[in-house]
Write a protein that binds this ligand. Structure first.
Ligand code: ACM
Ligand code: ZN
Length: 774
């Protein structure tokens, strides 16, 4: 009886075991979509399946925390209660093994049918191993919805570790205030991409974001600005110092400590940036005596240039203040580094200030550049005395670099190269590859951003290890960093849009071996990454799917040649002309499309015969003035010459990117041009293509007048348009349509009146891309 019972149990147990086993899946290299790409991966035959009985075998507290992250994910998506144990079961385990021989932040992951072994020697190594596991599982593992996915992964062997030790992301909390929740979310997403440094830009002109107990006005006053969020960043007005600020916020020291703890448990070092001596209007608004002339200023609501309200380098009290502030900062952040900014100081006040001049004399300095160098060296000495190291933007090279300083090179890589050659550590973050506040797609289709272009593929091309470094200098390149400046960021979702997927590209630049970089393979893996982002609820950008176009005109054949392209390699682009639907019958794009009549062009990237991403739509409108002679009564500005003298009648339209080579511009003059149609023609409409970008000082014309003539001498006005100025936070295009009774004319005079004076000072630009005559 007893025996029988035992046998019965065994039979049931083995049936259960068989039931547990999912059908064997055949995994191929194509199923592996890990970003950043691991150093070495060998795929084997067979699979491991996770279930409720999978045991997490650990031997210490670090492993316990990491195991907890893995268990939490499975709890959320599968409802499993994976147990953490110390004794090794014979199968169905994930064994965390401390191994001193593994490099920093590295791991070895061995997946076998019986269980998983992870070898690492630190928190980072174990953490990255489980992030790799997540990326081999279905994307639903990244979410918080229960799904009935099968939690199986192929047996394999991965050896992985980072190329660079500094893999950074910078958030600008000053221009847009991000709270604790968003920062913690960003930390989770950084771990997913194997980043390990979060640089918090806590101080800038437009807001002081860290509580300093000894100087409460820094956050009572300095954390708040007058709300002008409805106006473009660079055309916000200067406020009176007495006006109460209502837009902003700050992080309490207790919040920051929580963030630091959270980051530490996820292998992320937080480097605080306390700007000096410039980008500190928020501090001077709080304590005017910190400036040379006790200026009473307001926290600016928007762009400020040049930055002349800076800390006085002559007064001792400035240094007392900064040392007090740094004491509190160093108490909160355990990082070895303190970033002191140092960028973009216009030192005109230092030239006039008696305190600064006295300092220059007493210290035997040559000029204000050397005074800034004195400033930074003195702060460095203080920071070093507390056992910490100083980082500054590459301007700290000017006037002589502080002895131990680490340079963050943003104005290209030259500053970083120079510092490395002098034996200093550097972090490369050249704006042309690393500034995620730049546009990532065609400006007409993107939210307002800083007027420069950094598409995904360009981020992927970045290499912090610049060519001119000698072998012994390469050790000084600690790594690189993506910086999200937030002048144009209004919400956490907008921030996500700018960060992802460009952070995926940056993660591969900083983590993976240089030799394994492969754009085509990256884009293959990226599409799975998008599914992971979907699971995580990230508002990522799909701009890389967008089709971009360039057009040229052949005035002899009177044809437009329209080229279409996409960031993906060998893209399957299909298009239709006219009203046809963009479907299976669309034409495959192989060479520039020749267009000689007015038409709509629709195009898209295709996958498996279906369009993906937003459809590209452009209307090419031919008109009576196409290719006709123009007589400019006032010349256009030499920096905006369009596509040449016939640009205004070349049929090719400009985009919101006013540097796109299709715009002609006038400052502060009006536009006045006469079109010669070569023979009398019946016409009834003139359309003027214009652009407004108030932040860049570009405004719509205040009036447009159309006059016609048969002899080119006597003109009669046939239509007029007027428009009053109004605040516009966006970059926008407008076609101004002037229709009139049918009339016969050979000459058409078009005058567009410039606003002349920008409402925030300076002259106004007038931009025109085309004059269409119908
Ligand atoms: C910077 O972008 N001013 C560092
Ligand atoms: Zn001074």
């Amino acid at each position: 009886m007893k025996t029988l019972h035992k046998i019965g149990l065994l039979a049931i147990a083995s049936t259960l075991m068989l039931c547990k086993e999912s059908p064997q899946r055949v995994f191929t290299e194509n199923d592996i979509t890990i970003i950043p790409k691991p150093k070495d991966l060998q795929l084997h035959k067979g699979q491991f399946e996770f279930d409720n009985d999978t045991k997490l075998v650990i031997t210490n507290e670090t492993q316990n925390e990491v195991a907890g992250i893995l268990a939490d994910h499975f709890q959320q998506v599968a409802g499993y209660n994976m147990e953490t144990v110390e004794d090794m079961p014979s199968s169905n385990y994930i064994h965390f093994i401390y191994d001193v021989k593994v490099n920093d932040e590295s791991y070895e992951l061995i997946v076998e049918k019986e269980g998983i072994k992870i070898y690492a020697k630190d928190n980072g190594g174990f953490l990255y191993a489980i992030e790799t596991i997540f990326q081999i599982l279905p994307p639903a593992i990244e979410g918080n919805q229960k799904t009935n996915s099968q939690w199986v992964m192929p047996t394999l062997h991965i050896k992985d570790g980072p190329r660079f030790q500094h893999r950074g992301v910078m958030l600008d909390l000053s221009r847009h205030f991000f709270g604790k929740d968003y920062i913690q979310k960003t930390i989770d997403r950084m771990v997913m991409h194997k980043f390990n440094v979060l640089h918090l830009h806590l101080v800038d002109d437009q807001g002081w974001r860290i509580e300093i107990k000894k100087y409460p006005k820094l956050t009572e006053i300095g954390a708040w600005r007058v709300d002008q969020e409805d106006a473009p960043w660079n055309s916000r007005k200067i406020n009176d110092p007495g006006e109460k600020g209502t837009y902003g916020g700050y992080l309490k020291q207790s919040d920051l400590k929580e963030i630091v703890d959270y980051a530490q448990s996820r292998n992320i070092e937080i480097i605080p940036e306390i700007e000096m001596p410039a980008h500190v209007s928020s501090a001077i608004a709080s304590y005017p005596e910190l400036a040379c002339f006790d200026q009473k200023i307001a926290v600016p609501s928007g762009g400020l240039w040049p930055i002349t309200d800076i800390y006085c380098a002559g007064k001792e009290t400035t240094f007392t203040f900064l040392e007090d502030v740094l004491d509190e900062v160093m108490e909160i952040f355990p990082s070895d580094y303190i970033h002191i900014g140092g960028d973009e100081a216009t030192k005109t006040n230092w030239k006039k200030c008696p305190h600064c001049q006295k300092r220059i004399k007493e210290e035997g300095l040559k000029d204000v550049d050397e005074l800034q160098s004195y400033f930074v060296k003195r702060i460095e000495k203080y920071i070093n005395s507390k056992g910490k190291k100083l980082i500054g933007w590459d301007e700290i090279l000017e006037g002589g670099l502080a002895p131990e300083a680490t340079v963050m090179s943003w104005r290209g890589t030259e500053g970083g190269l120079k510092a490395a050659q002098e034996g200093h550590d550097v972090i490369m973050t050249p704006e042309s590859y690393c500034y995620f506040n730049f546009y990532q797609g065609p400006q007409d289709l993107e939210p307002l951003a800083f007027n420069a272009y950094l598409p995904l593929s360009k981020v992927y091309q970045f290499d912090p290890m610049v060519d001119d470094l000698k072998p012994e200098e390469t050790q000084h390149v600690l790594g690189g960093q993506a910086n999200l400046w937030s002048e144009y960021i209004t919400t956490p979702e907008a921030s996500e849009y700018m960060l992802y997927p460009r952070l995926a590209a940056m993660s591969e630049v900083l983590w993976s071996k240089k030799e394994s970089k492969d754009w085509k393979d990256f884009t293959r893996r990226l599409e799975k990454q998008f599914e992971r982002y979907d699971s995580m609820g990230i508002n990522y950008s799909k701009s890389a799917y967008l089709i971009t176009s360039t057009a040229t005109v052949d005035m002899d054949t009177e044809e437009i040649n329209l080229s279409l392209s996409n960031e993906f390699p060998n893209p399957d682009i299909r298009y239709v002309l006219g009203d046809d639907a963009l479907d299976d019958n669309a034409l495959q794009y192989t060479e520039p499309i020749k267009i000689s009549n007015t038409t709509i062009v629709k195009a898209s990237l295709f996958r498996q015969g279906k369009p993906i991403g937003r459809v590209f739509v452009d209307t090419i409108k031919f008109h009576r003035a196409f290719g006709k002679k123009l007589d400019f009564k006032k010349p256009f500005n030499k920096n905006y010459t369009g596509d040449g003298p016939l640009s205004l009648v070349n049929v090719i339209r400009g985009s919101k990117n006013f540097h796109d080579g299709q715009w002609q511009a006038w400052i502060p003059h009006d536009m006045e041009v006469v079109i010669d149609l070569e023979e009398p023609q019946e016409i009834h409409q003139v359309i003027l293509g214009t652009l407004e970008n108030q932040g860049a000082g570009i405004h719509y014309p205040t009036s447009v007048s159309v006059a016609v003539s048969t002899d080119g001498k006597n003109f009669k006005e046939v239509g007029k348009y007027t428009r009053a100025f109004s605040v516009n936070p966006n970059a926008e295009l407008m076609d101004i349509n002037i229709s009139f009774n049918k009339t016969t004319a050979q000459y058409i005079k078009v005058i567009a009146t410039n606003l002349k004076k920008s409402p925030t000072g300076g002259s106004s630009w007038l931009f025109v891309d085309e004059i269409l005559v119908n």
